[in-house]
Design a protein around this ligand. Structure first.
Ligand SMILES: [Ca+2]
Ligand SMILES: [Ca+2]
Ligand SMILES: [Ca+2]
Length: 415
């Protein structure tokens, strides 16, 4: 059955418009308590904490997230809120938050602004959400299984429009009128796009037919450039959630797309020539100007050493001359890797940098969630919220089946 893509062309929804309000600086007091966990909240008046969290606030049916957030009693949502309260970011991207503008305020009112388990309430005056390609029918047989329809033939994998979307919350104003979205940018319009090949046919790069390539969007969810006003300065928060490089065949259609979704930001911050092909959903061209401040955030679904992503996919960002490699780490991740064994024992990457607790058959725990600032910003702290098992707060991260999410929150402090 075809769903009508009613959300596809809807304008981005800015939920707060208080552009003149000045956000209060983050409190400098320690909170949370308990030794050895998380950040200990040492950031003061001159630093801003940026974070990313794949919070698994996706649901299996349209409307379910709104239903779950309409009352304050959903335990998983409470755990997500407590995690955010413990880390206390100033600006946070939440991946896997079904697209539902109502849900944005419900999560604030019923969860974030309610102290969870002794943590202090957190108040984000600003938020941003916009439609996602997930679950929007493409009208084509994108997975080449002989039928058209279902989550795998959508513009991004999803069972209904907006499943696995994303939202940004901020204590600082989001300049929504200057936000750029790249939901509709076509994959074929990226020069040298890594369009997948059908190995069963002689032609190159022909998994997708010309008719499919004419409509196929690069972003599996969306890519947003959100200008955040911090004092007199603007920091562009560049957020996305590239598709997992798995759930495909020898053609590697998801691995190649993951690579190019990551490449999009590498080009966007790579100077005028490299970004000249880019156009946003309003038709404006180009990327960031040289010298503009930015922080790239999101679950990039790619580890620098292990897992199924195309070689070098995440190195496009980690080795980028304009981007700082911040190396957030935790004490809990190496402990989990050692305790869980399996695929983790074969990994080349240092488990201290892991951000996701994946199946220990394959791929094992990986570093996939990143907060990567422009080199010109000064990073003074970074971490992954993954407490040791002995820490009382490890109840928030837990073990499979997870009480909160299979991903961990990652943060950096920028001066
Ligand atoms: Ca199909
Ligand atoms: Ca072929
Ligand atoms: Ca695991």
């Amino acid at each position: 059955m075809r769903r009508t893509p009613v959300l596809a062309l809807a304008a981005a929804v800015a939920l707060t418009g208080a552009l003149t309000a000045t956000a209060a600086p983050a409190p400098a007091d320690p909170k949370g308590g308990g030794p050895g966990h998380g950040p200990g909240h040492g950031h003061g008046h001159d630093t801003v904490r940026f974070a990313t969290f794949n919070a698994s606030l996706n649901r299996n049916a349209e409307g379910q997230l709104v239903a779950d957030l309409s009352t304050p009693g959903n335990q998983q949502a409470r755990n997500v809120a407590e995690t955010i309260q413990r880390v206390d970011p100033d600006v946070v991207l939440i991946n896997e938050f079904d697209y539902a503008p109502e849900a944005v305020d419900l999560f604030r009112e019923n969860y974030l602004e309610v102290g969870q388990n002794g943590a202090r309430p957190i108040r984000f005056r600003h938020a941003y959400i916009a439609p996602s390609n997930t679950g929007v029918p493409s009208g084509f047989d994108l997975n080449n299984d002989g039928t058209v329809g279902g989550g795998d033939d959508a513009f991004g994998f999803g069972l209904f429009p907006g499943q696995y979307g994303m939202v940004v919350y901020s204590k600082f104003p989001i300049l929504a009128s200057r936000a750029r979205t790249f939901q509709h940018f076509l994959w074929k319009d990226m020069p040298g796009a890594m369009l997948p090949d059908d190995p069963a046919t002689p032609g190159p790069a022909d998994w997708y037919s010309p008719a499919e390539q004419a409509v196929l969007r690069l972003s599996s969810k969306s890519h947003w450039d959100l200008p955040i006003k911090v004092g007199r300065k603007v920091v562009h928060f560049l957020v996305s959630h590239p598709t997992p490089p798995t759930f495909d065949g020898a053609e590697d259609r998801n691995g190649t797309r993951n690579h190019d979704e990551i490449r999009f930001w590498a080009d966007y911050v790579g100077g005028k020539r490299r970004s000249s092909y880019i156009y946003d959903d309003q038709g404006r061209r180009g990327g960031l100007g040289r010298g503009e401040r930015f922080v790239i955030a999101g679950d990039q679904n790619a580890d620098p050493y292990d897992g199924d992503s195309v070689d070098d996919a995440i190195l496009q960002l980690l080795d980028h001359p304009a981007i700082e490699e911040t190396r957030p780490r935790s004490k809990g991740a190496p402990e989990a890797s050692a305790a869980q064994g399996g695929a983790n024992t074969t990994h080349a990457g240092d488990p201290a940098y892991d951000t996701a607790d994946f199946s220990d058959t394959a791929p094992g725990n990986l570093r996939v969630d990143y907060v990567l600032p422009a080199r010109r910003l000064r990073t003074v702290g970074a971490g992954v919220f993954w407490p040791r098992a002995a820490d009382p707060l490890s109840r928030l991260t837990g073990t499979f089946p997870f009480p909160t999410s299979d991903h961990r929150m990652v943060w950096i402090d920028v001066r």
